[in-house]
Structures are given as C-alpha cells and as structure tokens.
Design a protein around this ligand. Sequence first.
Ligand code: PLP
Length: 399
Amino acid sequence: MSQSYLSQKLLNMSESATLLMAQKARELGNTGVDVISLSLGEPDFDTPDYIKEAAKKALDDGFTKYTPVPGLMELRQAICAKLKRDNNLNYTPKEIVVSNGAKQCIANTCLALLDEGDEVIIFTPYWVSYFHIVKFAGGKPISLYAGLDQEYKVSPEQLEEALTDKTKLIIFSSPSNPTGSVYSKSEIEALAKVISKRSGLFVIADEIYEYITFEDKNTSIAQFEGMKDKTITINGMSKGFAMTGWRLGYMAAPQWIASACTKVQGQFTSGANAFGQKAAVTALKAPPSDQDYMKEKYKERKKLLKKLLDEIDGIKTNNPEGAFYFFPNIAAFFGRTNGKRIIHNADEFVDILLDEAHVAAVSGTSFGDPNSFRISYATSNERLIEAMARIKKVLGEYK
Ligand SMILES: Cc1ncc(COP(=O)(O)O)c(C=O)c1O
C-alpha cells in the first residue's frame, strides 16, 4: 500500500541481482545446507596489516573529524603520485575527488554531467550499477553489446556506429566486471581515437580492478592524445587492496568536472571517512607489488577454474585476463530438462545451480547478457573444485 508513495525514479530501479543472490544463498545456508557462494564481487583476502595499522594510528592521532569534501590534501597528492607512477597520468589535487567508494564517484559524475535524455553508451556485458545510476541521474542507458566471440570487448567500429548526436557519456570497465576481459593497450588506443574526435563526449574509465591483471598491465585511456579533457578515471581501494568495507574510491578528471562532483558530494555525504583516508595514503604510497600475492592467487584459481569449466559439456567460457570473474555462455542448456525441471534461461539456470548443486552464481541477465552467468572465484581452490564437481553432476542430469 505504502509502495504507492515511492518515487517513480525508485520504482524504475531494480534491486542488485548480486545482492539478491547472496541473500538467497544465505537463506539456504541458514537451513543447514553447505552453500558455496560464487556470487559476490569481493576479495576473500583481508586488508593487509600495514594498512590497518595506519588506520589505527590515524584514529589515535585524532583523524576523527570531517575532511575537506574532495578528500585530505595528503591523500589527493598521493593519488596524483600513484597516477603518475602506475598510469602515466599527470594530475593535480584539484582534479581529484575522494568518495565513499568508486561507486559514489560514478554516481557523482553521472549526477554532475547528465541531463534528462542524454544518451550514455554502456559497454555490455556491464557492471549492474552503471545502468541504474545512469537512469537515476536522468540519462538514457544505451547498451553496446560485445559477445564471447569478441572476448566481450567492444570494437572501435561498433562504438563509432553507436554514437549519436545525443551521446554524452561512455562507460566501461577494464579489467571488466562481469567478464574479466582486459582491453589491450592498442585496443584502448583505438577506442580513444574514436572518442577524441567528438566534442561534448566524455568517458568514465572504471579501473577499479587495475591491479588484478594476469597478462598485460592495465592501460588508462586518459593518457592518449585528446583524452585527458574527456576522461573521468575511476579507481578505489576495494579490489586491489581488499578494502571493500572501508568505502574509499577516487576519481581523476578535468578540474571543472572534479569541482562539480565535489559540489554534489558536499550536499550528499560531505566526503569519505577521515582515518580511512589516512590509511589509503599509506596504501597508495607502498609499491603495488606488495599486493601481488593476491593477484598470484587469483591467477592460479583462474587457471584451475578454466580447466574445470572446460570439462563441463555445454559450457562455453572465455579466458579472462583480469579481475576475478568468469562469464561463461550457457545457451546450450536452454531447453534441456532433468525430467522434472526445464532450463529456459539464465535466471532459471542459476536457480537450479543454487537449488540442486547448492552453488550460488549470478545470472547474466542483470549484466545485460541473457545467455551467460557470472562466477566469482574470490574463494579457495578447495571450494572451487567442490563447486565445479557439484555443478558438473547436476548439469549432467539435464539432457
Ligand atoms: C566495475 C566495478 N566498479 C566499481 C565497483 C564499486 O567499487 P567500490 O567498492 O569502490 O564502490 C565495483 C564493485 O563491485 C565494480 O565491480
């Protein structure tokens, strides 16, 4: 009844499929079933001790008050040094905004740039929140799909063709959630060539998985000719430093966009927490190789999981080069039955995995691809082996 008082904006928004699956898995787990969760996009590592120690010290040192809205100057300076060191980018602190997670940086940017009806091209499969943030900010999300046959990577020709007079913004992540694909340097450069030609066109480059790459290093699109004035580079502490719960992200952008985002943030949250920001200074100043042990583990798991997935008849999978996700195509199962249930689509596929194999994964539908599902491998080898054995057994019963 009271639903009728909710805003249309809110009613247009769907709940996060990832969180819904996590909840279903938890409910099943609460009944005593051993559920293996491969649904959440969260490192299974704890935050490194040296970062925790820095936060404890910051608390003792009295960093308990509001900070400047765009973040502590010391942190913005550390971010500029990091962007120079890792990304070949030159920024000043006025072009940096620190927020409560990369997610908020993306929301700030969309609220600052989009007017009703502005078109936003979202590379698809996409991270679920892009779509809803864009809609909430009044923009019109336009999905630009690249399938498994092109490693889920949009080509410059596709992008060129999708641009219209109304396109204002492009959003993509590399390394990608949900596919794990990583655009190579030449692929990024080719996209930059298309974008840099257009005035009034901007790009959000979400580099939150930057440190989790298995072959080539991440390439920042902002470094290419004509791109710095058009790029909002998004990054944060959540994935590379296993700091999801700290809620710390940042963006680097032309000063006028950074100032606009600071204005939005000033009204919404006043900025990120003070002692976390001090700890982030310590984290960003440390050599990125300090976190390599996480990357090595993900790489090992990826190899293992690729082998196990390839052994399951009907699953066609990609070979991700970063992040901690697989995004296999499962269209071969549609129409198959075990005599009791029929798999019609990816949503039913993941429901069957949960009900019958007790493995939680997320349907591709919510990522803009109804023929696939996402597996997060931020969990131990033992659990991955057990999960794949269960999945193989259950799917083997569907003919
Ligand atoms: C592609 C992508 N961008 C941004 C985020 C959000 O990161 P944060 O925890 O910094 O808000 C996530 C988290 O899952 C993500 O997968």
